[in-house]
Structures are given as C-alpha cells and as structure tokens.
Unconditional design. Structure first.
Ligand code: GDP
Ligand code: IMO
Ligand code: MG
Length: 426
C-alpha cells in the first residue's frame, strides 16, 4: 500500500483507530498529521481497549515508526499521560517521533476555548474544550509556540512572556478572569520539555525518506470531512484539515507522493457537537443505534447524535479527498433494526439537491430523500467473508458502492482486530 492516506468520511468517530491499527501491522510508518487530543481513537487488541488521542494508532506495533507530524497541535501533558498509560500496558513508545514544528497547546488555549464557547451561548460549537481552536488561531496569527521552542529554554521563556502579555489582558479585561502565572507555567512546561525532548525531530525528512525507499507509510486522519475547517459545516467544524490534503501540509510532503486515499465511514451517521445534520433521527431507531453502537464520545463521553447513512456526504468525501476506496464500519450495529434507509439526495422547497451544499444555513433547510432497503436480523459479528453476509446486508453494501461510485474495501462487524471482512484485494 506504499503511501496511504486514511481519513474520516463523515463527522469523525468512524473507526479510524481500529482500521489504522489493523493496517499498521503491515506498515513501517504511521503518521498523524492534523488535529490534537480532540481526537479519540479506539483500538481493541489482545483483550484491552486503548483510547488514543495523540499517539498514532500504530503504537501497538513495536516495529512501526509512529510520527506526530508538524500539522498536529500538542498538549504536552495529555501526550505524556498517554505515553505513561502505554508504558503501564507494557507498550514501548521508543519508536515515537514528534515534529519540531508542531504547535504546543498552552494553558491559556484551554482556558480560552471554554470562555469562547461560553460567550457564544446558544451558538456554541460544542468543542472538546481541549484548546484546539485557540492554538490553531495562534499558529495562523504567527504567535504560536512550537515543539522546537518548548525544548529551547530561552526561546520558550521569551515567547511565553510575549504571549502572556496579551492573553492575560484578554482574560482579565474581556472575561473578568484572573491572569495566569508565568512562573507556574514555566515550571510545569520545563518538566514536559525534558520528558518530550528526546522525541523531537524533523519528521518531514523521515516521512519523505520512508516513502522514497518504498516503505509502507500510513497517514492516520483525525476528525472527518465535515469537520474540515474549509469544507466542513462551518462554523461547526474543527480548526484543522481532516480531508486528505491535510496529510500533505500536516506531514510536509507533496501530493504526488501519495498512492491511495481511503475513506472510513460507519454504516450510519453520527455527529458529536452542534451543527446541521440532515439525516439525524430523533426517534426510537436513533436511540437503538446509539445504544447498540455504544455511540458515546471517546474523548468527552458525550452521547453522539445518530442518523441514517447519508450518501450525499459520502460522495462529497469521495470528491474532496479523492477517495479510491472506502471502509464501512459497524455494519453489525444495523442487525435487527428493521428496514434501512440511505439518503441519496436532499430536498429544499421543491428543488432536489445532489451535491453537498456549500452553505450550511441551506443545509439546515434540507430534508433527506431516502431510499429504503430491506434489513436483516442475523448477528453478523462473527462473519469472516462477504459471501457469508445475509443477502440484505450484501445488497446494502453494493448499493452504497453504486451510489458513491467507489468500491467498499473492508467491512467492520465488530470493534476487534479480527472482526473485519476484506471485500476485495488483500
Ligand atoms: P475514530 O475516532 O474514528 O477512531 O472512532 P472512535 O474510536 O471514536 O469510535 C468508533 C467506536 O466504534 C469505537 O468504540 C470502536 O471500538 C467501535 N468500532 C469500530 N469498528 C466497529 C465495528 O465494526 N463494529 C462495532 N460494533 N464497533 C466498532
Ligand atoms: P476523531 O478523530 C468527532 C468535534 C467537536 C466539535 C467540533 C470542534 O475521534 O474522529 P474542537 O475541540 O476540535 O474545536 O471541536 O469538532 N470533534 C470531533 N467529533 N470526532 C472527533 O475526532 C472530533 N474532534 C473534534 O465535537 O463539534
Ligand atoms: Mg473518535
């Protein structure tokens, strides 16, 4: 699979962690290129459930080089907690590298994330409150602190002083909050710097060399297409680029080096946080999907909003990320749910819309146009091949391929490594 980009094709939580872990067993390098610890990637292996936020999901394979690229924002405390958690499970992070250019989440970013949300009131985005947006703001504003600065005592002191001069004014005079103490932060972050320094490198060189020498390199996307800062349901999005293009800027490589783009989707749709969601279900079916699929956030524990599969969204992902194949996870969750619906278009007034609308306020006015398919009752969580699936499940998958004009590569029938059906290829 030389250089493969794996992205979330919906609103995140599609099971990217599980698929990355599986593919990582055949990859020499796994790279996270955007987002931060807003991500929550679940990997179930050897009877243990791992919740990964910043560590690439290849970390369970001791031979795999795991890279946190320049496009990621890093909360050092959260990363160190994760490294320690792994160590408790006997998993080494010796093969972890962090790009020197990655930006650092500071205490004021976390504080301001919560305060901005409070100020937005009813218009809140429903962020994970991990400081992601404010950290990317500073990056764009060019006042951010990078890993390179964190491990350089004098630069860090200078940049912290400069930043606090502004942030403390905002905290005090706009939000009526006490200022943050420079000495406290210096002491805390000096400790983080000494722990993380050995991991810091120019990872763009490592990624390039790995691809050029023919190694299998996997780019593990975080979030999903509709949370993309440009192409998602703005402003209800995250502050990075989860589409496949984000892997280029976030890992420092050119698009010609990428061979394959794989989209991960669920057999239905979920969303956590605010914003439009045309196929959302407010009835018993939605509750059943939430319960059966354990649809509660990996990072914040919030119940996820659930709805039918939206093929307009999948087609949008195929187009904006150039997807060559897709994975449909959680097909097992739909067993016994009755007839199944796929949204094939939207209707607004008397107009039929087949392309995902650029304006999210228009999306709010859209109602889904559904195609109804027969469901199945069999438990499919132990099924190993496509042929063994109930006919109705096969028809559902084939219909998705037809509508989205993209082959389904794998099907997930459970959270474990061995609960996946390879439909075609290896
Ligand atoms: P990610 O953020 O895309 O990595 O996804 P999350 O880990 O946040 O959420 C996916 C959830 O679904 C996790 O709890 C996984 O263990 C679980 N999961 C993944 N694939 C399947 C599947 O095929 N069937 C079932 N039942 N659960 C799955
Ligand atoms: P993974 O990688 C689902 C959502 C938040 C909120 C919006 C902005 O596990 O799929 P942020 O904290 O990023 O500023 O929040 O984005 N969000 C996610 N939703 N899965 C994720 O990651 C998400 N990361 C952020 O809920 O709506
Ligand atoms: Mg998740």
């Amino acid at each position: 699979m030389p250089a493969t980009v794996l992205i979330g094709a919906q609103w995140g939580d599609e099971g990217k962690g599980k698929i990355t872990d599986i593919l990582a067993q055949k990859s020499q390098v796994v790279v996270r290129s955007q987002g931060g610890n807003n991500a929550g990637h679940t990997v179930e292996a050897n009877g243990v459930v791992y919740k990964l936020h910043l560590l690439p999901s290849g970390i369970l394979n001791p031979e795999t080089l795991c890279i946190i690229g320049n496009g990621v924002v890093i909360d050092p405390k959260s990363l160190i907690d994760e490294i320690n958690q792994m160590s408790k499970h006997g998993i080494s992070t010796a093969n972890l590298k962090i790009d020197a250019r990655a930006h650092v989440i500071m205490p004021y970013h976390i504080k301001l994330d919560g305060l901005f949300e409070h100020l937005r009131g009813k218009g809140e985005i429903g962020t994970t409150k991990r400081g992601i947006g404010p950290c990317y703001c500073d990056k764009a504003e060019r006042s951010g602190i990078r890993m390179f600065d964190l491990i350089n005592k004098h630069t860090f002191e200078r940049k912290l002083k400069e930043n606090l001069a502004v942030k403390n004014k905002i905290l005090q005079f706009i939000y009526n909050e006490p200022p943050l103490d420079e000495k406290d932060i210096l002491g805390e972050y000096a400790q983080y710097a000494s722990i993380l320094a050995p991991y810091v490198a120019d990872t763009t060189v490592m990624v390039y060399d790995a691809i050029k020498s023919g190694k299998d390199v996997l780019f593990e996307g975080a979030q999903g297409t509709l949370l993309d800062l440009d192409l998602g349901t703005y402003p209800y999005v995250t502050s990075s680029h989860p589409i496949s293009g984000g892997a280029c800027t976030g890992a420092g490589i050119g698009p010609t080096l990428i061979d394959d783009c794989v989209g991960i989707a669920k057999s239905y749709t979920t969303r956590v946080g605010k914003g439009p969601f045309p196929t959302e279900l407010f009835d018993e079916v939605g509750d059943t999907i939430r319960e059966k699929g354990s649809e509660f956030g990996t990072t914040t524990g919030r119940p996820r909003r659930c709805g039918w599969l939206d093929a307009v969204i999948l087609k949008y992902s195929v187009r904006t990320s150039g997807l060559t194949k897709i994975v449909i996870n959680k097909l097992d969750t739909l067993s016994g749910i009755g007839n199944i619906k796929i949204c094939t278009a939207y209707k607004k007034d008397n107009e039929i819309i087949t392309d995902f609308p650029a304006d999210p306020t228009q999306l709010e006015l859209c109602t889904p146009v559904y195609e109804e398919l027969e469901g199945w009752d069999e438990d499919i969580s132990g099924v190993k091949t496509f042929d063994e699936l109930p006919d109705a499940a096969k028809k559902y998958i084939k219909r998705i391929e037809q509508i989205c004009s993209v082959p389904v590569w794998m099907i997930g029938v459970g959270p474990r490594r061995d609960q996946n059906i390879i439909v075609r290829g290896d």
